[in-house]
Design a protein around this ligand. Structure first.
Ligand code: BTN
Length: 270
């Protein structure tokens, strides 16, 4: 299916001086592709993967934004919808960390720019006061990894089916420049990914853990796999014991055994 890319009235696609400055900061980190509307910034990044060049895709609106397990991601104007196309050359067992590291970069950016205190929920949610402000969707294609990041920035409300969503605007009472936020996030995220290749990984994982208040608490984990016809979801209860150096979550199950999860999603902290 063809990705829809259309020009539009937005300042992301047609930047003024302030947005231009942020886009030029971004362009030091990869080729920037800014659009008014696309189906999904992950789709665009995936199409660019063959060019073997790091890129950052950003759009004001996604018509088919998607979340984990194929769920729809509400992507109206006001949010920051972006995908990083990376060629990280990481060992396969470290790739899972990219999602967590993106969450860390989002949390740091919201702390630095907006004075918020976000928490991380394994593996891909950024939360403020128990509500979701951002989500990450990482996908791979050959050597390329696409890290899609959605941050609810300037939305003042959400549809009724998203009762647990919040935005930076709702938390702070003011609007934010999304491209400036993205430039700060990207300048943090790209070097953090570089640290995963060496001993720097230990400090990165330790900071991720320090932002996961769920560790040590009983949680409900959703795991899923796609069979021939459909997605099967399973729920597992246990205590979140530890995050290991590859980003796996160790759960002590209610029957006393310990199990490591590399995929899934914590949906509730009890
Ligand atoms: C989740 O929480 O389930 C992950 C949400 C990821 C949303 C972002 S928005 C930018 C990128 N494009 C998409 O279609 N999804 C990701």
């Amino acid at each position: 299916m063809q990705t829809t890319i259309s020009p539009g009235p937005s300042r992301t696609a047609n930047p003024g001086p302030a947005e231009g400055a942020s886009l030029s900061r971004l362009s030091r980190l990869g080729r920037v592709h800014a659009f008014y509307t696309v189906t999904s910034t992950n789709d665009v990044a995936r199409r660019l993967a063959g060019e073997c060049e790091p890129a950052i895709v950003v759009a004001d609106v996604q018509t088919r934004g998607r979340g984990r397990f194929g769920r729809k991601w509400h992507s109206a104007e006001g949010g920051l919808w972006t995908s990083f196309l990376l060629f990280p050359e990481l060992p396969a067992d470290r790739l899972g960390l990219l999602t967590l590291v993106a969450g860390l970069a989002v949390a740091r950016a919201l702390e630095t720019h907006a004075g918020l205190e976000p928490e991380l929920l394994w593996p891909n949610d950024v939360m403020i006061g128990g509500r979701k402000v951002a989500g990450i969707l990482s996908e791979s294609r050959g050597r390329a990894v696409i890290v899609g990041i959605g941050v609810n920035v300037n939305q003042s409300s959400f549809p009724p089916e998203l009762p647990d969503a919040t935005s930076v605007f709702i938390c702070t009472g003011r609007h934010w420049d999304r491209l400036e936020l993205l430039a700060g996030l990207a300048e943090d995220f790209v070097p953090l990914v570089g640290k995963l290749k060496d001993d720097g990984i230990l400090t990165v994982v330790s900071e991720i853990k320090s932002r996961m208040s769920m560790l040590g608490k009983p949680v409900l984990l959703e795991t899923g796999w796609t069979g021939l016809a459909a997605l099967t979801l399973q729920h597992v209860q246990g205590t979140a014991l530890e995050l290991d150096v590859n980003g796996e979550l160790l759960l002590q199950l209610d029957n006393g055994t310990t199990r490591a999860f590399s995929a899934g999603k914590v949906v509730k902290v009890r």
